[in-house]
Design a protein around this ligand. Structure first.
Ligand code: ADP
Length: 482
């Protein structure tokens, strides 16, 4: 038996008990690299979710009263458990998700880093005393945990996306009902094992797998839940916000992107190519901050395309479990179909394929790392999130034109630019309507900085000191002392 299988829980964690769905139903999970069924997990519904919410509320009554130091101590153990089991958790992640082992290991370490960071922040949740306009009254501002949190996460970072939500929630004194994506439930269920190892009290973290609509409906409509935190598509995010409005829940939404990557004539071209490869092809192009549009200035365009093409040719495609693999399969054939549709549409409208462009000979959901040039705004690759390994290159002449093109989308999650001009750096940073901007940096995510978008990419921040605020209510206390 492969060692990581001991972390493959085929049950949900509710009130500290591992159990199946009340209906007895299950669903299958497959390995995207081989198509093999790797196991089955509970197909939970609204009733199971209701029980998980009740357990989280019960646990909240005592968890909220723990001291920050007590919560921080348990969270340090949780981070240590993730790090100690990194190799097995990474193999489990690659097996259900497809990404390379190198990326999976980095994801588990990243998850531990988020929990550790939030364990430190737990001890720095300060309120305020405010100078009072009344001599006989004092004014206090208290920070209090919002309560039970419903956390819905996607398949592209099945561990990391949970760490940002669970870490912040625990630090604030909240309890959680988590619903992972059905493609990747095992990495989330393994968090239950880590929570047990860390000594988290039963009910503080509950994990339900199953019917997204039914679980989502219960989480958004049950009045006991006080906050919904979601990472996923803009369409589902909008539906969840609408559902959560009925009980006026707090919401954090980390939704889709359409990231531009602007390369100016004065850029360090080799640095730009290295940043482009990391930012575009990480996780086979399936991250919400992956570059979707390369905007390249005329003077450097051909040289950049040539070097990027050469770097793409070096990428090794294969099963993520094989050492040396750079790019694994996409999550499923539906993902491949979308990528293919974008390429065909672009070519049909006059774009030119420089590298790749087709399904990979490995079959299944593998797709060739692809480079297309001559992209124009009317093409699907320009307007929609491709979520796959396709680098689509536009050409531009002037700086203002590039900023306008970059902002010409309803999304506003992440943007990148390469330039060595200081004035331009600031003009571009300030001009881009995005929640995160990397200048001369292709991968910028870290637990110490706020991650989040503007426009239809969502609202709220994850990670950093701002990430904890999302899980806290502000209470004003006015105390008469006469
Ligand atoms: P993706 O395109 O990345 O799969 P989704 O937004 O469809 O993004 O999925 C992200 C998460 O939202 C997953 O856990 C998925 O099961 C969940 N989800 C999808 N539809 C709904 C829904 N109607 N209500 C609640 N959760 C949903």
């Amino acid at each position: 038996m492969q060692a990581f299988k001991k972390f493959m829980r085929e049950a949900n964690l509710i009130a500290g008990v591992w159990r199946g769905a009340r209906s007895g139903k299950t669903f299958e999970v497959n390995n995207p690299a081989t198509g093999e069924i790797i196991g089955t997990v509970p197909d939970a519904d609204g009733e199971d979710t209701r029980e998980a919410i009740a357990a989280a509320q019960e646990a909240f009554l005592s968890w909220r009263k723990t001291t920050a130091a007590q919560r921080a101590a348990i969270m340090r153990k949780l981070a240590a458990a993730l790090e100690a089991n990194k190799e097995d958790l990474a193999r489990l992640l690659t097996t259900e998700q497809g990404k390379s082992l190198t990326e999976a290991r980095a994801e588990i370490s990243g998850s531990a880093n988020y929990v550790l960071w939030f364990s430190e922040e737990a001890r720095r949740i300060y309120g305020d005393t405010v100078p009072s306009p009344w001599s006989e009254r004092r004014i206090l501002v208290l920070k209090e945990p919002v309560g039970v949190v419903g956390a819905i996460t996607p398949w592209n970072f099945p561990s990391l996306m949970l760490s940002r939500k669970i870490g912040a929630a625990l630090a604030a004194g909240c309890t959680v009902v988590a619903k992972p994506a059905s493609q990747t439930p095992y990495s989330a269920l393994a968090w239950g094992l880590m929570a047990e190892e860390a000594g988290l009290p039963p009910g503080v973290i509950n994990i339900v797998t199953g019917d997204a609509r039914k679980i989502g409906k219960e989480l958004t409509e049950n009045p006991v839940v006080k906050k919904i935190t979601f990472t996923g598509s803009t369409g589902v995010g909008k539906a969840l916000v609408a559902q959560a409005a009925g009980t006026m829940k707090r919401v954090s939404m980390e939704l889709g992107g359409n990231a531009p990557f602007i390369v100016f004539d004065d850029a360090d071209i080799d640095a730009a190519v290295a940043g482009a490869i990391q930012s575009k092809f990480r996780n086979s192009g399936q991250t919400c901050v992956c570059v979707n549009r390369f905007l390249v200035q005329s003077g450097i365009h051909d040289a950049f395309v040539e070097k990027l093409g050469a770097a793409i040719a070096e990428l090794k495609v294969g099963n993520g479990l094989e050492e040396g693999t750079d790019q694994g399969p996409l999550i499923d054939v539906k993902g491949v179909e979308k990528v293919e549709e974008h390429v065909v549409d672009a070519v049909g409208q006059g774009a030119h394929v420089v590298a790749g462009g087709r399904r990979h000979t490995l079959g299944g959901s593998f797709f060739e790392p692809t480079l297309i040039v001559g992209v124009t705004p009317s093409m699907k690759v320009a307007r929609e999130e491709t979520f796959g390994p396709v680098a689509a290159v536009f050409r531009f002449e002037r700086e203002e034109e590039a900023i306008a093109m970059a902002n010409d989308t309803e999304f506003g999650l992440a943007a990148y630019a390469y330039t060595r001009d200081l004035g331009r750096t600031f003009r571009v940073l300030e001009g881009l309507e995005y929640g995160q901007v990397g200048i001369n940096a292709g991968v910028i995510t870290t637990e110490v900085a706020p991650f989040g978008g503007v426009k239809e990419s969502g609202m709220g921040s994850e990670g950093s000191k701002y990430g904890v605020e999302e899980y806290l209510n502000v209470k004003y206390g006015c105390i008469g002392i006469a």
